[in-house]
Write a protein that binds this ligand. Sequence first.
Ligand code: SAH
Length: 479
Amino acid sequence: MPLYPLFADLNDRHVLVVGGGDVAARKTAMLLKAGAKVTVGAPVLAPELREWVQQGRIIYKSGAYQPDWLDGTWLVIAATRSRPLNARIAADGHVRQRLVNVVDDPALSSFQVPALIDRSPLLVAISSHGAAPMLVRRLRERIESLLDPALGSLLQLAQRYRARIRARHTDHTQHRRFYDWLHDGPVHALLRAAQPLHAERQLVAALADRAVPKATGSIALVGAGPGDPGLLTLRALRALNEADVILHDALISEPILDLARRDALRITVGKRGGGTHTPQASIHALMLEHARAGQRVVRLKGGDPFVFGRGGEELEFLRAHNVSYEVVPGITAALACAAYSGVPLTHRDHAQSVRLVTAHCGQSLNTLDWSELARERQTLAIYMGVGQLDELTQELIAHGRGGDTPFALIENGTLPQQRTLTGKLGDLPALATRHAISAPALLILGEVAAQADAAHWYGELLGDPPQHLAYLRTLADAA
Ligand code: SAH
């Protein structure tokens, strides 16, 4: 028989938990959250339960289980380690027409406690009647990541204003459209941005008006990380799930775009492999056009939007045009490439600071302070530098960095085709040419880069003999 789903109001109702261990404590905590009056019966109690007894939050029946503990209770949870005892509790309970849950034992139970996603007042409960606990766990994780934490506060706010909303919008369609606005519009966005007072003011202002507010579009500037979809943040994933329009850099990998809402409009902007280039002004115009049409726009950028990503300019533009926005950080290439090549960017003994540097074009190379950059005991993470390796190397050496300073040059970091080239600064341009390293690649320069040879764990490791690959090739040639 399928189960009958039930959300019980246990506020001020007596519930019995039998058992004094960690499981009993966990169940008790849930019951207390629902306002239940909990009696815990057991010979001994776990420290947490003991504390609750001392605080007067629960009633304690000390000693071996007695059937009269069941008197006056609405529900019973049996959480002892003994199955025969649990079976007795269940049988006693059922004779008295109590609903009984025996933890992890659906056969003995007359009710199940579901897996829960809690955005109170919204509760999402999942049960497989004990048939597929692993699947339930996975589903729970999935749904947990899809529902943003601010949803609870949105629903609480909506609950408080429900009567006023109903009074304002009596027409059914209008009423529904108001709730759509509430969920998709600025009130929810402000709650996500941790501005509850501002959110409530918006709601009140909207209710002063006879008409349902027009859908106001919004923009999320989202960092997609370096390429591996596993490095997206949960917040980025949610933004992709809710987007109507995605304006993404050409470099964003297909597996990441696959995570977006299927029917979202996708527009590629920025530099393409072939060299065509969307000017920044057109990107601004596209963002504005779609936001003004009331759509949720995700501007998806590689790595982090605020690290060599022109995110600052885009925000300035949005502010100037009064479009609301949020910013979701991403894992920037320096952090990702360092992690995926086993290079700690700082190190107690070798590097006390790290600099993120861009070597974009000849002009910006001239503006760099080379004597600062050439200092020892710091790590340089150089973006967009593959076309400039010659000059970069010359300048650093000319300003005093040793030609034997270790480097790691990581191409396509975090992607399956990642290659990591290691060596000494003096050999950098020649080695990079020999291995035909191309963009996107990130250069890590400094004492710490030497760690890559031993600590590297992802993708292919390239370099001079006696490093692994070259060495293996020699062996193969000899055979
Ligand atoms: N906002 C991005 C950087 C954009 S600049 C971020 O925070 O990562 C583009 C440069 O980033 C590339 O030229 C390269 O130097 C670096 N980069 C981006 N993705 C990379 C990857 N997967 N592997 C190596 N370098 C990468």
